[in-house]
Write a protein that binds this ligand. Structure first.
Ligand SMILES: [Zn+2]
Ligand SMILES: [Zn+2]
Length: 338
């Protein structure tokens, strides 16, 4: 009897967790594929909090029908392929290696924030830039976008605002009636943060060009997101391998899912196996930002850099296939859609 009771006590808390999964839906250029320019991913907490991680060049604008409800927009850095200096002409147009895109002079990030009245989670330096762009979209007369009045908000917020945090800062977003919020921490990224020149004023572009210079907006960032079901996702953004992937991301934050940007520039095709197997040690991995047409018919192409890295990864690794929803439990295990 005592044994039966103990077994029941163990089972009960685990049972409701079965339905409590985090839904993760990449939105890229070609439905059902992982393409060269794909970066944007939508996350949905079991309490209903929904956010977009890097609007990138993957949306047709703030009104892209694939977005649905968006409470928050995360911005990792100011490179055009993240802040979004171009927008998708239409899903499926162009090739998987080079999707058809058109200019987005106010950035796709600002377009989504303005359209959804969303919270922008980023650093204060990058927030200032987006505040102005949202102002440009809305025109004069309206109240300028500003920082949210607190570091914990209930979503949806009454008016678009941004997190007043820098590296290490924590921002919390809670759904109405939920007992717990989703927690966002800005974390280190070993990268640069130069803005896409086409998003600057003509006068500034000319000045920079005269000196062969780039304009940086403070440090770029990654994110650690703590969901209400226990899932702790590390969103790497563009980064080289760095030692604090172990000391801070793994040991301190205890990330159990790593969403990793690949691509040639920060060298993760070469260092990714060490970063994941030895430093981060997550329960699962999602790969995106591959800068190559990684799949065809939804299947990983054998002769790709992504395929070569996948073979070296110890935890289950999943591709961020556009418009395919994956579900993760609190322990970082994919339980559906992978
Ligand atoms: Zn970058
Ligand atoms: Zn990038």
């Amino acid at each position: 009897m005592r044994i039966a009771c103990a077994a029941l006590a163990l089972l009960l808390p685990a049972f409701p967790a079965l339905a409590q999964n985090v839904k993760i839906t990449p939105i890229g250029s070609h439905s059902g594929e992982l393409c060269a320019n794909d970066r944007a991913i939508i996350f949905e907490d079991p309490t209903g909090v929904r956010f977009l991680y890097d609007a990138a060049q993957n949306v047709t604008g703030g009104n892209d029908p694939r977005l649905g409800t968006i409470h928050l927009v995360l911005l990792s850095h100011m490179h055009g392929d993240h802040v979004g200096d171009l927008k998708l002409k239409a899903p499926g147009e162009g090739t998987c290696a080079n999707s058809a895109r058109v200019p987005a002079p106010n950035s796709t990030t600002a377009e989504v924030v303005a359209e959804k009245n969303a919270v922008l989670v980023t650093t204060r330096a990058m927030a200032g830039f987006i505040h102005n762009k949202v102002g440009a979209i809305r025109g004069s007369g309206g109240k300028p976008m500003d920082f949210c009045s607190t570091l914990a908000v209930t979503v949806p917020v009454p008016a678009a605002c941004s997190s007043r945090i820098d590296l290490g800062g924590i921002f919390t977003a809670q759904a109405e009636g939920a007992r717990q919020g989703v927690e966002f921490t800005n974390v280190y990224s070993e990268h640069v943060n130069d803005v896409a020149p086409s998003l600057l004023s003509k006068a500034r572009q000319d000045l920079l060009k005269a000196d062969g210079a780039q304009l940086g907006y403070g440090p770029p960032i990654g994110f650690v997101v703590k969901f209400t079901n226990g899932l702790v996702a590390y969103l790497s953004s563009d980064t080289a391998v760095f030692g604090d992937m172990k000391l801070v991301i793994s040991d301190f934050h205890k990330a159990n899912l790593a969403v990793i940007n690949l691509g040639p520039n920060p060298g993760l095709f070469q260092s990714g196996a060490y970063a994941i197997n030895d430093l981060l040690k997550p329960a699962s991995v999602i790969f995106t930002h591959v800068n190559e047409a990684a799949t065809e018919g939804g299947k990983l192409k054998a002769n790709t850099q992504t395929a070569a890295l996948m073979k070296q990864i110890k935890p289950p690794a999943h591709l961020a296939i556009s418009e395919r929803t994956m579900e993760f439990d609190g322990k970082g295990k994919c339980v559906s859609g992978c």
